[in-house]
Design a protein around this ligand. Structure first.
Ligand code: UDX
Length: 442
């Protein structure tokens, strides 16, 4: 099939490259000439394992092309996939201006039947709006379809080529047939549904995953007070098939480009139809608070944070990405600086992105994990990069001025850290000076 993908952000780029990998002819379009230049010369503007190899392979095979000119990419297309950004407006609502502009340009470039899909995460009703905008400029046949994307950063290629399910929302059997044929090589789990339900599935899925994270984080906070271990609790819960073990890792909360934005957008969508989504509001609030647990522990361990030097391991919102959008590290470091601490930071990949987002004279940019620990009064692990998990804790202990390790992601075996002589403060687990209260039951 011939596919035109509009928008070379995370979703558009990964999808376009993966459709080419399936043997289709793909044109990726973006207004950003610098980005298109990078892509045309074999580069990848984001850090995503495996993506560059696939891009080069499919460009060489002549199946993958990049352009800034939509009019050049459109005429041959059977399928047009819109994957432009939908950033949050100050109200929390998704900003639809990029989608609307793209729809208008698609309408102007239509030259025969095509399926126009929206892959961006958009409020219920957007596909219908896209259809109306295209119709204003083109009176021939076309269908619109909702094709929500569930890929995760860091594992985007694998998630796209081996999805748990594909959701296709259409109101016409022709579009349903074309999109089912396109995705059948990827999975048998194809959910064919109406457009509004498909749009809702994306928000509901992300909101539910965010809910699981905030839920286990609150359980972790209680575990700390009653002397239980949240890792054991999550394991015991997760073995129940009805619950499932994934997304029950307690820590400093979720960040990234999706969960924070989509939870707020769904609250707003509900609000627009006069529904107060109380549960999801609490999920967002719990997530906002959770990151500050690191600072509470730091305060307790150091006595006073003022004038100290704190090492921070990990700036990205999660491992295997250089993305720092809504990363808990941003607010934690800001707070540390406000409390007059000097902050030594290190991340294997995300340093440059972080520095562009937030810089301060009291941030010391380090070259390695051990360099970050050197002479610091405490160390805070904020992103669970493998390199931190594998580090020699004896060397870390020797480098630190005071033996304090705050683990925001529960990476270490408690015994191993103790043996290295470190005072350990994980999330929801008995660490240093674990509080084992006498529980009075009546
Ligand atoms: C998410 C969704 O998983 C994906 O389906 C959607 O398309 C986009 O949003 P992503 O943001 O790339 O993907 O990362 P994900 O791996 O889902 O993690 C999101 C955040 O939750 C990270 O900050 C991660 O650290 C945190 N998280 C995840 C937890 O704190 N605990 C967990 O158990 C799982």
């Amino acid at each position: 099939m011939k596919i035109t993908v509009i928008g070379t952000g995370y979703v558009g780029l990964v999808s376009g490259i993966c459709y080419a990998e399936l043997g289709h002819d793909v044109y990726c379009v973006d207004k950003d000439a610098a980005k298109i230049n990078t892509l045309q010369s074999g580069g990848i503007p984001i850090y995503e394992p495996g993506l560059q190899r696939l891009s080069l392979k499919n460009m060489d095979a002549g199946r993958l092309r990049f352009t800034t000119a939509l009019a050049e990419a459109m005429p041959e297309a059977d399928i047009v996939i819109m994957a432009v950004g939908t950033p949050s407006l100050p109200s929390g609502e998704a900003d639809m201006s990029y989608i609307e502009a793209a729809a208008s340009e698609v309408g102007a470039a239509m030259n025969g039947y095509k399926v126009i899909c929206v892959k961006s995460t958009v409020p219920v009703g957007t596909n219908e709006r896209v259809g109306r905008i295209v119709r204003e400029r083109y009176d021939g046949p076309f269908d619109t379809a909702s094709l929500p994307e569930f890929l995760r950063e860091g594992t985007a290629v694998r998630d796209t080529l081996h999805p748990d399910r594909i959701v296709i929302g259409t109101d016409g059997s022709r579009a349903a047939r074309i999109l089912s044929d396109l995705h059948r090589p990827l999975t048998n789990q194809i959910v064919l549904t109406d457009i509004r339900s498909a749009e809702m599935i994306k928000y509901a899925s992300n909101a539910f995953l965010a809910t699981k994270i905030s839920f286990i984080n609150e359980i972790a906070n209680i575990c700390e007070k009653v002397g239980a271990d949240v890792i054991e609790v999550a394991k015991g819960m997760g073995l129940d098939n009805r619950i499932g073990g994934s997304f029950l890792r307690a820590g400093i909360g979720y960040g990234g480009s999706c969960f924070p934005k989509d939870t707020k957008a769904l609250i707003q969508i509900a609000g627009n139809v006069e529904y107060d989504f109380k549960l999801l509001k609490s999920v967002v609030e719990v997530n906002k608070q959770q990151r500050f647990g690191v600072l509470d522990k730091l305060g307790k361990a150091l006595g006073d944070v003022r004038g100290t030097t704190v090492g921070v391991w990990g700036l990205a919102f999660k491992p295997e990405t250089d993305d720092v959008r809504e990363a808990p590290a941003l607010e934690i470091i800001e707070q540390l600086i406000e409390s007059d601490a000097t902050v030594k930071v290190y991340d294997p990949i995300a340093m440059a992105n972080f520095k562009r987002t937030f810089d301060h004279p009291r941030i010391v940019w380090c070259d390695s994990a051990l360099d970050t620990a050197q002479d610091s009064d405490a160390l805070c692990l904020l992103t669970e990069w493998k390199e931190f998990a594998a580090i020699d804790l004896g060397a870390v202990r020797a480098a630190l001025a005071r033996p304090i390790l705050i683990d925001g992601r529960n990476v270490y075996d408690v015994q191993r850290v103790r043996e290295a002589g470190l005072h350990y403060y994980p999330v929801g687990r008995p660490g240093h000076e674990a509080y084992i209260p006498e529980l009075i039951l009546d």
